[in-house]
Design a protein around this ligand. Structure first.
Ligand code: NAI
Ligand code: MG
Length: 356
């Protein structure tokens, strides 16, 4: 490997993760040749398979190994015979938290050549980002269970909102909006029903906003905001939410922009003190795993986000351009997009456009 190569920790994971990650790597190699970027892929087999053999999703010192890497490139983890909380808390959440990836970023953009499930919407109408707080908030281990199995059984789940944690994700959203044509930030809230953390979130939104006089803002309660995503996707540019609200919006947003198979995401440590992680939105898709028919676009678009994050915006744009060129041709699309191509054919076609 070249000494100046980008060091990428590669985790294919389970199911179709193992089928789409190689296509992502193929496209990275192709765009690397064009833009003179070298990659060193350090692949590990951390997965539910590993869990069944060793009792752990990854070795105890696993993350120590990748602390100095440039990025993590992940497929998907999860398999029906292992409880989902094991795969999530045994691998994904430790990576996000250990590497301080406090922003989860998902573009929601209708690609050329794809159709939205929303009637009459074109690529001009759907082009926004969901910025989700990724390490605190509602997804916390604080709380507990009492009187298990008895009539008086109690479950308590606490949400953790810190000023530092809230401000930095809000600030990330405003900084992102500054780079965009519209320059608009929408905040997802629910301060009418959740009376401690959400009014706090609203206060911090107002405080951070004061530092960005050129950015327009709006805020909606999460329930009506979901409705607006469907009825008025053109209203949005950058949408910021807590861990739970961001989780919901970051599935709904890509859904209005087409198939789950194409949606990418990034788990970002904005300061670059730790590697960021890039992965498709979809999971391991046990129902189609092993058939070679998974759509590799979500993985490949995640690779494009990784290139952008690592300081190669032209290479990133070239990947997206090649992706759009290929899926404009129905023959190169996978089955979920109404085509007949298999996973490798779709990936190869994109790599070829980049080579051409
Ligand atoms: P899923 O995203 O794996 O599948 C949902 C549906 O979308 C399935 O019908 C699947 O065939 C289809 N689909 C997904 N990706 C596709 C692609 N690239 N091409 C064509 N069709 C595609 O979600 P599901 O079924 O809820 O979860 C399966 C497993 O994946 C679970 O164990 C879950 O915990 C895990 N999971 C892992 C994630 C991650 O690693 N970040 C994210 C979501 C789920
Ligand atoms: Mg989700």
């Amino acid at each position: 490997a070249q000494t100046n190569a980008l060091k990428i920790a590669t985790i294919p994971g389970d199911g179709i993760g193992r089928e789409v990650v190689p296509e992502g790597m193929r496209v990275l190699e192709a765009v690397g040749r064009k833009f003179d970027i070298a990659f060193q892929f350090d692949e590990v087999d951390w997965s539910c398979e590993t869990y069944k053999q060793t009792g752990r999703m990854m070795p105890e010192d696993g993350l120590e190994r990748f602390k100095k890497h440039d990025a993590v490139f992940l497929g998907a983890v999860g398999w029906p015979d292992v409880p989902d909380h094991v795969s999530l808390w045994g691998l994904l959440i430790p990576i996000r938290r250990t590497f301080h990836q406090y922003v989860n970023l998902r573009p929601c953009r209708l690609l050329r050549g794809t159709t939205s499930p929303l009637a009459g919407r074109t690529a001009d109408d759907i082009d926004f980002y969901v910025v989700r707080e990724n390490v605190e908030g509602e997804y916390s281990e604080a709380g507990g269970r009492l009187y298990r199995g008895m009539d008086d059984e109690i479950a308590i789940q606490e949400a953790i909102f810190t000023r530092r944690g809230v401000d930095r994700v809000l600030r990330y959203a405003f900084e992102l909006a500054k780079t965009r044509k519209r320059g608009h930030v929408t905040s997802a809230t629910k301060s009418n029903g959740i009376v401690h953390t959400m009014p706090f979130w609203d206060e911090r939104f107002k405080a951070v906003k004061a530092d960005y006089p050129d950015i327009e803002t709006s805020q909606y309660h999460i329930d009506i905001l979901c409705a607006h995503f469907v009825q008025h996707p053109d209203w949005f540019d950058v949408v910021v939410g807590s861990n739970l609200f961001g989780d919901i919006l970051s599935d709904l947003g890509p859904a209005v922009a087409g198939s789950i198979g194409i949606a990418p995401s990034a788990n970002i440590n904005p300061e670059g003190d730790y590697p960021s992680m890039f992965e498709p939105v979809h999971g391991s898709a046990p129902d189609i795993a092993g058939q070679g028919i998974a759509n590799p676009i979500g993985q490949i678009w995640s690779a494009a986000m990784m290139l952008d994050h690592l300081g190669h915006p032209e290479a990133s744009a070239a990947v997206i351009e090649a992706m759009e060129t290929v899926i404009a041709d129905p023959a190169s699309r996978t089955k979920d997009m109404g085509g007949k191509a298999n996973t490798a054919e779709c990936g190869e076609a994109i790599a070829q456009v980049l080579a051409g």
